[in-house]
Design a protein around this ligand. Structure first.
Ligand SMILES: NC(=O)c1ccc[n+]([C@@H]2O[C@H](COP(=O)([O-])OP(=O)(O)OC[C@H]3O[C@@H](n4cnc5c(N)ncnc54)[C@H](OP(=O)(O)O)[C@@H]3O)[C@@H](O)[C@H]2O)c1
Length: 293
């Protein structure tokens, strides 16, 4: 089965390449091979390769910068899925669109089910929401939403915190935003399972899936755990002291949802995957991080 992967150099893209199931012929496209801001290039890639699936893991992920680059964020996160969906409708291929908890406003205070209305707070969330809507125009499309993604490579909160634990005696981290960290490894497994489900043909097959690791955390909790488990993994000599901050004390250009846990129960059953607690997934990721990286 031929799968065209976008965002191949990103942290999820790397984990997807590493975990490619047997029998999958992967066409891995980074930015150099396919510019997601160019809808004609996206369509041309589909017509050239005629993949069974496009796995769209590429995205404009700079949440704060998106506030000052809304056109580019929308072109990449909304325009590319639209172009893929339209081209795949001609070739008979399918689309797995990776999306985010930031499509929700975070106000409800309980985990979001896949069928709940979208109400993003910022440009990034709005562009990803547009991408979901565009992707689902294709009957053979699935959306897989996830949250707080990190892994052993790439740019992510975990690697930034490891550096800060190393460099500073004290770190201030926001404690009033709650979600769930998700390792690129478990997320990649969920993506491949979603593709393995085939086309969402039956009415009872979900078209929108939620996947995160299990449990809940604030960014503060996550930062503390990175320090503790980073010491245990031999990556840090000592952990910095972590001071809880409010979002008001740590203003950012983009507003983020204060509570964006995803209700993954139905999706976990559909995917046939047992989640592990985010601390266990974090320990596994830290075991792969190279010292001082
Ligand atoms: N990171 C998170 O916390 C998080 C949370 C929820 C959902 N998600 C979703 O998960 C998916 C994977 O994200 P990730 O964490 O792997 O992000 P990432 O590490 O930032 O990777 C995104 C990739 O997309 C590529 N890209 C950006 N603009 C492009 C363009 N115009 N043309 C071609 N490629 C382009 C980037 O290329 P360059 O390396 O060249 O910039 C990068 O390799 C995305 O759909 C994201 O929205 C992420």
């Amino acid at each position: 089965m031929k799968v065209l992967l976008t965002g191949a150099a990103g942290q999820l893209g790397q984990a997807l390449i590493q975990s490619r199931p047997e029998g999958v012929g992967l066409i891995a496209c980074g930015r150099a091979e396919l510019d997601l801001a160019d809808p004609q290039a996206c369509a041309a890639a589909v017509f050239e390769h005629r993949p069974a699936w496009v796995l769209n893991a590429g995205a404009y992920t700079a949440v704060d910068r998106a506030e000052s680059e809304p056109e580019l964020a929308h072109a990449v996160n909304g325009g590319a899925p639209a172009a893929f969906a339209e081209a795949l409708a001609s070739t008979g291929g399918r689309l797995l669109q990776v999306s985010t908890d930031f499509v929700f406003n975070g106000a409800q205070g309980s985990p979001y089910r896949p069928d709940q209305p979208l109400d993003p707070l910022g440009v990034y969330g709005a562009s990803k929401a547009a991408g979901e809507v565009a992707a689902l125009q294709l009957a053979g499309a699935r959306v897989l939403r996830t949250s707080w993604v990190y892994g052993p490579v790439g740019q992510n909160f975990c690697r930034t915190m490891l550096r800060l634990h190393r460099e500073r005696p004290q770190i201030g981290v926001v404690a009033d935003q709650v979600g769930c960290p998700t390792s690129t490894h478990t997320l990649a497994a969920a993506c491949w399972r979603a593709i393995g489900l085939g086309a969402p043909a039956a009415a009872d097959q979900p078209r929108i899936l939620h996947w995160s690791d299990a449990g809940a955390a604030s960014w503060y909790d996550f930062a503390v755990a990175i320090g503790e488990l980073g010491v245990a993994a031999g990556l840090l000599e000592r952990a910095a002291s972590v001071r809880p901050l409010t979002s008001v004390e740590y203003p950012t250009p983009a507003q983020r949802p204060s509570y964006s846990l995803l209700d993954c129960s139905a999706s976990r059953a559909a995917l046939g995957l047992e989640p592990q607690h985010w601390r266990a997934a974090l320990a596994q990721v830290l075991a792969e991080v190279r010292p001082a990286s």
